[in-house]
Design a protein around this ligand. Structure first.
Ligand code: CA
Ligand code: CA
Length: 152
């Protein structure tokens, strides 16, 4: 629970709403000339790349880079303006996914991966209360080895 709290807060943020530091620069345009990619400079060594992948003029994927290494990808997979997937990277490898797979704006699954890419832990919040109720542990072959239910 202590680990997920700030992530849940991050998930409820609107895309790019946290990047008011500077106005973006358009870095790509679609064939008809409309901007579909923007860069927001956050600090001297950190920036965000916002991408409009469905052509509605609004970004739906935001990639955050630190020292030119990707650290975070926020996606709005159903284009409703809410982040429904956050992926965190460490040294270029996917470390954690926070998923809102029913697109109601509240995450219910957090997946943590090993450095070799295999799934290690799934934390579940099936009632979407912002706290983890179930923790599942997986071995290298993808088999669940332990399941813990947490009572409040
Ligand atoms: Ca879009
Ligand atoms: Ca949800």
């Amino acid at each position: 629970m202590r680990a997920i709290a700030p992530l849940l807060v991050a998930l409820t943020l609107m895309l790019v709403s946290c990047t008011k530091a500077q106005s973006p620069s358009v870095t790509h345009r679609s064939a008809d000339g409309r901007p579909d990619q923007w860069v927001y400079r956050i600090s001297p060594n950190e920036y965000q790349l916002a991408i409009d992948s469905n052509g509605d003029g609004k970004p739906d994927v935001v990639r955050t880079f630190h020292d030119n290494e990707i650290i975070r990808v926020e996606s709005d997979r159903n284009f409703n303006g809410k982040v429904d997937l956050v992926q965190e990277y460490s040294h270029g490898v996917l470390l954690r996914e926070i998923r809102d797979d029913d697109f109601d704006g509240r995450p219910e699954v957090v997946k943590t991966f090993r450095p070799n890419g295999t799934l290690a832990i799934i934390e579940r919040d099936p009632k979407e209360r912002g706290t983890i109720d179930i923790v599942e542990y997986y071995d290298n072959q993808g088999r669940m080895t332990r399941r813990e239910e947490r009572r409040r």
